[in-house]
Ligand binder design. Structure first.
Ligand code: GLV
Ligand code: GLV
Length: 324
């Protein structure tokens, strides 16, 4: 009999889905919104594998509902903070994820946010439609620039490193970074490993690319923003929970920092009455880091292959197994 696989969302790229459907009985949540937990618990029962997204919380309760046949969890994301790693590990279930293939796309979106915030693209674009473009004016809509600036990358991994590489082409002055260990690949391009306080006090742009883990939850809070330059621009492309959002809003409102560019926030989607949406100095994108067409297709293919490798009893052949 064919293995059973549950896919938690409709509308996944075809290429990956087909790989699964060729070999497995695939059940798919039919809607394009996140599956409610109760539905997930019902549909995951007795499956051999699950392909999930970052919007699906897989915890002890869900794992209990799945039962003992569950052999693999493949998330179509690089982040694994939605997975209860302890509960999954205690059941010896391998996790597949999608690092690497989304590095370029996410680093490109990071560049878009850096440029949009420093050169006030969204604010300036809106000004045209509001009839505020009176004339070319010497200081109207002027902002910062990347060239000659100090960059700080918090939690430098693959994505942070790629951003650093791109920024070299912009002629930045210094690239500082934090990470648990010094990275030879970063040192090789002249980036300097520093402590967080040094990074915060020195940087004109503070870019967050860290994973969300207990040590990085609300790493950015009142005291953190206070250490930053009041001309600094804050960019977050990791997870909203890395930031204590009310403190960020307060810092933006009171010009304790100049601007923020956020691809992630809390909650997602952001409610339309959120203070964040009222700020001219905040550029928001709806969690689109990996959202290039090719990247999303590759993520789906890798996720399918992660599932299939385990169902073939060859976990060693998973294209991307998460080590935990
Ligand atoms: C996106 O946030 C991802 O984790 O892939
Ligand atoms: C994600 O892939 C990272 O390590 O930055």
């Amino acid at each position: 009999t064919r293995p059973k696989v549950f896919v938690t969302r409709a509308g996944l790229p075809e290429a990956g889905l087909k790989l699964l459907q060729d070999e497995c009985d695939v059940d798919i949540w039919e809607k394009t919104n996140p599956i409610p937990k109760s539905e997930l618990m019902a549909r995951i029962k007795n499956v051999d594998g699950v392909l999930c997204l970052l919007t699906d919380k897989i915890d002890d309760e869900v794992l209990n509902a799945a039962g003992s046949k569950l052999k693999v969890i493949a998330t179509m994301s690089v982040g694994v903070d939605h997975l209860d790693l302890k509960a999954i590990k205690s059941r010896n279930i391998p996790i597949g994820y999608t690092p690497g293939v989304l590095t370029d796309a996410t680093a490109e979106l990071t560049m878009a946010l850096l440029l949009a915030t420093s050169r006030r693209l969204i604010e300036a674009n809106r000004a045209i439609y509001k009839g505020e473009w009176v004339s070319w004016s010497p200081t109207w809509m002027t902002g910062g620039k990347l060239s000659g600036s100090n960059i700080g990358i918090v939690g430098l991994g693959r994505i942070g490193l790629r951003v650093a590489e791109y920024l070299k082409g912009f002629g930045v002055a210094k690239i500082l970074y934090t990470s648990r260990t010094e990275k030879p690949t970063a040192t090789a391009i002249g980036a300097v490993h520093v402590d967080l306080d040094t990074l915060l006090r020195t940087s004109d742009f503070v870019i967050v690319t860290t994973a969300l883990v207990p040590e990085t939850k609300e790493l950015f809070r009142k005291e953190t923003f206070e250490k930053m330059k009041n001309t600094a621009i804050f960019i977050n492309v990791s997870r909203g929970e890395v930031v204590h959002q009310p403190s960020l809003i307060e810092a933006l409102k009171n010009n304790k920092i100049r601007a923020a560019g956020l691809d992630v926030m809390t909650p997602e989607p952001i409610p339309l009455d959120s203070e964040l949406l009222k700020l001219d100095n905040c550029v928001i994108t709806p969690h689109l880091g990996s959202a290039s067409i090719e990247t999303r297709a590759e993520m789906c293919v890798i996720s399918a292959k992660n599932v299939l490798a385990v169902l073939h009893n060859k976990p060693g052949e998973m294209p991307a197994k998460y080590n935990y």
